[in-house]
Design a protein around this ligand. Sequence first.
Ligand code: NAP
Ligand code: SF4
Length: 700
Amino acid sequence: MSNHTTLNSPNSRQVETSQAQRTHSKALAALFEPLQVGALTLKNRIIMGSMHTGLEESPQGFERLAVFYEERARHQVGLIITGGIAPNSEGRVVAGACAMITADDAREHQLVTDAVHNAGGRICMQILHAGRYAYSPELVAPSAIQSPITPFEPKALSAGQIEQQLNDFVRCATLAQQAGYDGVEVMGPEGYFINQFLVEHTNKRDDEWGGDFAGRSRFALEVVRRIRKAVGSDFLIIFRISVVDLIGKGSTFAQTSELAVGLEAAGVDILNTGIGWHEARIPTIATSVPRGAFSWATRKLKQVVSCPVVACNRINTPEVAAQIIRDGAADLVSMARPFLADPEFVSKAMAGQSIHINTCIGCNQACLDHTFAGKLTSCLVNPLACHETEILITKAVRPLRVAIVGAGPAGLAAARVAALCGHKVELFEASKEIGGQFNFAKRVPGKEEFYETLRFFEHELARLEVKIHLQKRASIVDLKAFDSVILASGVKPRWPNIKGIDHSMVVGYQEVYQGAEVGKRVAIIGAGGIGFDTAEYLNHAPSDTGTTEVSAYIKEWGIDTSLERPGGLQTQAVKPASAARQIYLLQRKTSKLGAGLGKTTGWIHRLNLHKRGVTMLGGVSYQRIDDDGLHVEVEGQYQCLAVDTVVICSGQESVNELGPELAACGKPFTVIGGAQVATEIDAKRAISEGFKAAIALDSA
Ligand code: NAP
Ligand code: SF4
C-alpha cells in the first residue's frame, strides 16, 4: 500500500468544523445514505464506474490493481466496478485483453476482491463483449457490418454460435462469483456487442435474434435471465443500458423502456445509464460537456422501472452528484475518472473537505488517450493513479529548505509534493497569480474545469503551509539561502521569423488572453493545442460562454431529449453556432490540422471550429505581414488574408536563465517542465515532472 494517502489527508487539526462546512455537509447528506440492493447494503450512493486501466494485462497487474482498488475502497467508495472483462476470446476489446474464461483467471481476481473486501468495500466485475468494436480479426457480431472505428469486418454469428456466446456470458458471471465479486455489471451500451443486437443499424437478422424489437432485445434479456439462474438471488446483477444511443437508427425511448422493464423482470438489481455509441459524433464525456449533462436521461429511465438507477457522464464533484440524488433523477451516481484524479474523493467529501478534492477536468489526456494508445491509464492531475506501487510519496529522511521557481502546473505540483514529503517549501512566481499557462486555458470556453485544478493547488499549498511569493522574479541572491532549488520557470512564446512580424497588428497569444485588442478578422499562425484553444476563445463573444449550460449543449449538438426519435438525434441539421470573428487557423505542415491533439478529443476541437466557420489551412508558407493583412502561399497559390490581427501561436521556447547561475555557484537544482524541454510541453508532462522532482529531493 502506498503512503501517500495518509500524507494527503488533511489532519484533524486542519479539518475545521465551521458552520459553512456543516451546511455543505448537509447539502451532500443524500449522497451518504446507505442503499439496500438485493442482499447487499451499499454504504453510500457513490459508484466508482468501470475503467480499463491497462494494469489488467501488465506484469504483476492484479497485485497492482488490488492496491489501486483497495485505496479507493478504503476511502469509502460505495461500490467499485472493475474495467471491462471479456467473457470469451472473441469478445476482447483488443487481442490479449483480459478475459474471464477459466478457474485460473478467477483465482487471479481474488487478489482484487480480497483487498477491496478487507478495506470494507464492495466490488462488481464488468462483463464487456466488444462484438464488432473488437480490434482483432477474431471479431463477431449479430450481422457482418464493419464499424467505422475498427479495420476488421466481423463474422455474423449463427444461431448456434449465439447460444455459445450466451453460455460464455454465464460462465464468466459464475467465475466472477467464484472470484469473490459481489456481483457483475453487464455492459449493454456504447455500441458494444449487446447494443449491436438491439438496433437495426447493426442487426439485420431475420431469425429469432433479430427482426422486430422483441427479437433484437432477446439477447440482452437472455443474458440476464441465464446469469440470474446460474448465480442465484444474492449476487448483484447490474445492467448498463443504452438510454441515448446518439446514432441514426438507434433505439427510441419507447424501446429502451420496454427493454428496461424486461431486464428488471429478468433479474436485474440495478440499471446503470449508458450514453452514446463510440462511433457517435457527439461528445459525451469531454471537458466541454457540461457537468451532469445526461441526468435527464437517467430520470426518464427511473420513471419506468422500480429498481435503483445510476446516473453517469461528467459528474465530477460531490455537489453535482448530490444534486442529482436530491433532485430524484437517480438513486446512485457513477463516477470513474474522478477516482483517478483523487482516490480520496468520497472521504474528503464526507469530511466536508470538497475544496481539497483534486477534480477530474475531463481532459482525457492521461486516461482514455493512454488507453487508446495501449499505454497504462493514469491521470494528468494525479500521476500516481495506477502507479501506486511505484511512485511513493514518503516523509523525507532529511527535510530540506526548498525553493521552487515558477508556479505553473510543474512548479505547483513540485511544491505540493515537496511539502507532503515534509520539506519546507517556498514558491516564487513572477506574475500576480499561480497557474502559469492554466490561467489561459481556464478562459477557453469549454475548458472552465481548469479553474478546479488551480483551486485545488491554492487550497493544498495553503494547507501545507507553502510560502508563496507572487510578483517576485527569483534571483540567484534569493535562492542562495535554500538547500535545493527546482526550476519550473516555464516557457515563452516562440516568435517566428516572418517579414513584417513587428507590425502593430501582430500579437502573441498570451497578450490575447491578457486582454489585447483583437479585430473581427484574425489569422492565427500555428495550429497546435494553443492555436486551437485561441481560435475557440476568439470565436466566442464575451457574452457567449459556450455550452456550459446543459440546454445550450443539447441544442448545439442536436440531441432530442424526448428520445422519441431513433438514437435521440434531432433530424434537422444543427444550426452552426454564430461566430464572433472570421478566423483563419494556419500551419505549414500539410497534415490534418490538430493531428497532435488527443485521440479522444481532437475530433471535437476540429468539429467545433468547423461548425463555427473557422477556415483551417495547412501547407501554408508565410510571405509577409503588412497593412493589407497576412500574405501567404497555400500549396503554391498566393493569397492575401485580409485580417486586422495576426495572433502568434507558433510553439514555445524554454525560460531557464537561472540554471547556469545556480550551476556556477554549486547549488543543487533540478530543471523541470517547459523550462527543461519546451517541445510538446503540456500539463501532463509538467505535473508528472513536478511530482518526480519533489520525490527525488530526498535522494539528491
Ligand atoms: P505546438 O503544439 O508545438 O504547436 C505549435 C504550432 O506552431 C504548430 O502548429 C506548428 O506548425 C507551428 N510552428 C512551429 N514553429 C513555427 C514557426 N517557426 N513559424 C510558424 N509556425 C510555427 O505548441 P503549442 O500549440 O504552443 O502547444 C504547446 C503544448 O501544449 C503542446 O504539447 C500541446 O499539445 C499542448 N496543448 C494541448 C492542448 C489540447 O490538447 N487541447 C491545448 C493546449 C496546449 P507548423 O510547424 O506546421 O507551422
Ligand atoms: Fe480526468 Fe484528465 Fe485525469 Fe483523465 S487525465 S482522470 S480526464 S483529469
